[in-house]
Design a protein around this ligand. Structure first.
Ligand SMILES: Cc1cc2nc3c(=O)[nH]c(=O)nc-3n(C[C@H](O)[C@H](O)[C@H](O)COP(=O)(O)OP(=O)(O)OC[C@H]3O[C@@H](n4cnc5c(N)ncnc54)[C@H](O)[C@@H]3O)c2cc1C
Length: 454
């Protein structure tokens, strides 16, 4: 049984922005016949992640002929829930439903019969083997407030700079924790690599919800019945054709009047999709600026609750360097704990493989909760998003001077080829909600063009 929660060790939800303050479619789409492998359609959507599914649902509501081409053998993209590894839902990618009041996915998930519940407000900060005292928490929170204010202030200047440059110099021993929470944990990159303007423009994400069945399950449900051709990779897109857009796949060719490409920025710049008659230079350059950071889960299934934490408690530590992590404990009342490794440290750890990631996670947890916890470990699993062939990273964050690239990415090519996805959102970048909105926006633009040319 978990020990009583120590009130003094909890704090308001930590998020990049909370410190600043103060401290359409129906749930299930109708079933359609299997997607065709080639032919003429109004629209081709490339990618069946959040943006692609959102776009497809809009097109379906408008009764357009369209097909979604997905390279992987499943839909959901960076939202995927596994139930085999641990026998309980385990989100390999996105897990937090940010800003549930304004996030259509929270509403659609509930309408689909899934259990959407609010994330707990409290969090813990460990200082070595103990919980932080009230005064220490206050100190940490106050430092985070100052960090956010300094970044917001820097973003108002004429020239952009990195978030790290914007930070005051007197953070003393809180600096590594502040840098981790705002950088790797929040944006998947170190603060040195993140634009102060991009950071400051991002919407507050200080209220969250979870889907007990998994965020991937939610996306899979919302994609049910859509005409998606899985296991089919788009290899070439020709927007120069008079007929519209020619989309070649490894299994056939489509001619569409319009196309929406939702692949990640790293996938877009990997060269796996060739563009004709010429490469859309502005958009590809923008994508090259909006590279994906590194963020992985090291999942540990315990026998019982050796950490003595409540369901979905979030834990940070007072770190002494960048070899640090966060942990989400007892996910949705299971014994599964997710150790989150991210940024440059997470990237190099992930490159070393499973054994190094799991060794770090256990060493980190042992330093906070005692080596005895190792005896309670049942099973482990580490994700490797940088190696996922159709994604090649976690989510985007703009470098100094790069915020404007998001808008450029949204510019249509020849008025018939559109890019969408999380990177193509100015305030909700890096989130599922942002990808969803971006997909809907692209579909709306496409529908307008189709209506005009009808
Ligand atoms: C570990 C991790 C944790 C995260 N945590 C959160 C979180 O808690 N909350 C949150 O809101 N966000 C989180 N995110 C970010 C979120 O998952 C993404 O922002 C969002 O899912 C991106 O959706 P998308 O549609 O833009 O792209 P994707 O989901 O990447 O979809 C693009 C699709 O295109 C397909 N594709 C690629 N190339 C081709 C091709 N040539 N032909 C056909 N198809 C192709 C891919 O297979 C993929 O399915 C997390 C991401 C990761 C990796």
């Amino acid at each position: 049984m978990p020990p009583c929660r120590n009130h003094s060790s909890t704090m308001k939800r930590l998020s990049r922005r909370s410190f600043l303050a103060g401290t359409a479619a129906s749930a299930a789409a109708p079933t359609l016949p299997l997607a065709q492998t080639s032919g003429d359609v109004d629209v081709v959507v490339v990618g069946a992640g959040a943006a692609g599914i959102a776009a497809a649902r809009r097109l379906l509501s408008a009764k357009r002929r369209f097909v979604v081409i997905e390279a992987a053998d499943r839909i959901g993209g960076r939202c995927v829930t596994d139930t085999k590894i641990f026998g309980v839902p385990f989100d390999l990618g996105a897990h937090w439903i940010h800003i549930p009041d304004a996030n259509p996915l929270a509403r659609l998930g509930a309408q689909s019969g899934l259990d959407i519940y609010m994330a707990p407000q409290g969090q813990r900060l460990r200082i070595g083997r103990r919980n932080a005292r009230e005064g220490e928490l206050e100190d940490f929170l106050a430092t985070l407030v100052r960090a956010n204010r300094a970044i917001a202030e820097a973003a108002r200047g004429r020239a952009d700079m990195s978030c790290a440059q914007a930070l005051p110099k007197d953070f003393a021993d809180w600096r590594p924790s502040v840098e981790f929470v705002l950088g790797p944990f929040g944006c998947a990159k170190d603060l040195t690599e993140i634009s102060a303007m991009d950071f400051a423009r991002s919407a507050e994400r200080d209220v969250d919800a979870f889907c007990r069945q998994g965020f991937g399950t939610l996306l899979a449900k919302l994609g049910e019945g859509l005409p998606v051709r899985t296991g089919t990779a788009v290899t070439r897109i020709d927007a120069g054709s008079r007929a519209g857009v020619e989309v070649e796949t490894n299994r056939g060719r489509f001619t569409a009047r319009q196309a929406i490409v939702t692949v990640s920025t790293n996938a877009l710049t990997s060269g796996r999709i060739r563009f004709a008659p010429d490469a859309p230079k502005r958009q590809l350059d923008a994508a090259a600026r909006l590279t994906l950071g590194s963020y992985d889960h090291v999942a540990i299934e315990f026998d019982g609750n050796p950490l003595g934490l409540q369901s979905d408690e979030l834990v940070f530590e007072k770190a002494s360097g960048n070899r640090t992590a966060a942990m989400l404990a007892n996910v949705s009342r299971t014994s599964l704990c997710l150790v989150e490794v991210a940024g440059s440290f997470g990237k190099s750890l992930s490159a070393q493989g499973d054994a190094a990631m799991i060794a770090f996670a256990l060493e980190w947890l042992s330093s906070l909760y005692g080596a005895e916890i190792r005896r309670a470990v049942k099973r482990t699993h580490a994700t490797h998003w940088n190696k996922e062939p159709w994604t090649l990273g976690a989510f985007s964050a703009a470098p100094p001077g790069g915020q404007g690239a998001r808008r450029v990415l949204m510019e249509p090519v020849r008025d018939k080829l559109w890019f969408a996805g999380e990177a193509a959102h100015e305030t909700l970048w890096g989130t599922v909600g942002g990808a969803w909105e971006s997909g809907e926006r692209a579909a709306d633009a496409v529908l307008k063009r189709l209506a005009k040319s009808a």
